[in-house]
Design a protein around this ligand. Sequence first.
Ligand SMILES: NC(=O)C1=CN([C@@H]2O[C@H](COP(=O)(O)OP(=O)(O)OC[C@H]3O[C@@H](n4cnc5c(N)ncnc54)[C@H](OP(=O)(O)O)[C@@H]3O)[C@@H](O)[C@H]2O)C=CC1
Ligand SMILES: O=C(CO)COP(=O)(O)O
Ligand SMILES: [Zn+2]
Length: 343
Amino acid sequence: MELPRLVVVGSGVAREVAEISRDLKLAGGALIVTGPRTCELVGGEISRRLEEGGFETALMITKFSKIEEVERAERMAADMGAGFLVGVGGGRSIDVAKLASVRVGVPFVSIPTAASHDGICSAQASLTIDGETTSVSAQAPFGIVADTAIISQAPKRLLAAGCGDIISNITAVRDWKLAHRLRGEEYSEYASALSEMTARMIVETSSELKPGLEESARIVVKALISSGVAMSIAGSSRPASGSEHKFAHAINRIEPGKALHGELCGLGTIVMMYLHGGDWRMIREALEKVGAPTSAADIGLAEETVIEALTSAHTIRPERYTILGSGLTREAAAAAAKKTKII
Ligand SMILES: NC(=O)C1=CN([C@@H]2O[C@H](COP(=O)(O)OP(=O)(O)OC[C@H]3O[C@@H](n4cnc5c(N)ncnc54)[C@H](OP(=O)(O)O)[C@@H]3O)[C@@H](O)[C@H]2O)C=CC1
Ligand SMILES: O=C(CO)COP(=O)(O)O
Ligand SMILES: [Zn+2]
């Protein structure tokens, strides 16, 4: 079980990045992997603070979490002889830095700029390899620096997406239990209990979570970290990624970049909860309260895309057994989507 050495969550903590790096006994240059927007907002500042603290830095701007970008980061890290990698931004930048760091054999520091995904703390990286979203074993961040002053100022869609990614743990755990019972898949009570409890806490506080509030950013970031710990306990993304994630990945395969990861996972959770015979209205209400989309129309998806994703989702990572089993018929997919009002 790989867990971070140090997790710092609070207002203004990004300013202490050099001191935190020294506390972690990090040495040598830092390759900072960041996105175009997040570089402007935070990445440049992190670089300046590290340089002032005596660390040499180089910046790599990435737009895609693709394996080619990981290879580019590896080359840049090797050229500068980086002692550690830093991911500054959303899930894509963090995943690229995370996987490149383990391939180079150096530690990795995670600096999220939004509470939008639970890869902040996980030891997995989700990347596009040969056009497919693939979950790759990487390493847990050595340190996490989550500055709630920065995170609370991110666009409100990102916070809502983060809630969707956490709420999706409810169906992910149901799928895991099903696979354990039907297929004898290895199962961890601790990982599943932590994952489920984290999701329940977000459902219970959903009416209090407001964009722009540091307290809300803190609650969601801590839940995302907790979800990442559940993945570390399991040694895979199983406690946080089931049928609803397959649906999200299927949508991305049909219409890439149409919506945020957590938004699609939230939408998928509504319909997968229905298939599990659970309280899908409770999921829908919680998503509504946090301002996340609850229908295809909310994110500009065509009904046909949703039906196609529902009927093809089981083909994604087929070894991961879920409620989708060997697939839904077109009629069943359309009926489930209509019943749950996602189309
Ligand atoms: N490894 C794991 O365990 C997990 C990985 N993931 C992966 O993470 C990704 C999803 O992450 P997500 O963060 O939703 O998506 P992105 O990384 O694509 O970020 C979405 C957008 O938000 C922008 N952004 C981030 N922070 C701010 C901010 N403070 N202010 C303004 N804009 C900001 C980014 O800017 P910029 O253009 O600068 O990047 C980007 O354009 C997916 O690829 C998913 O597969 C998700 C869950 C778990
Ligand atoms: O997104 C994840 C957990 O929230 C994990 O991603 P995968 O679906 O790629 O395993
Ligand atoms: Zn996810």
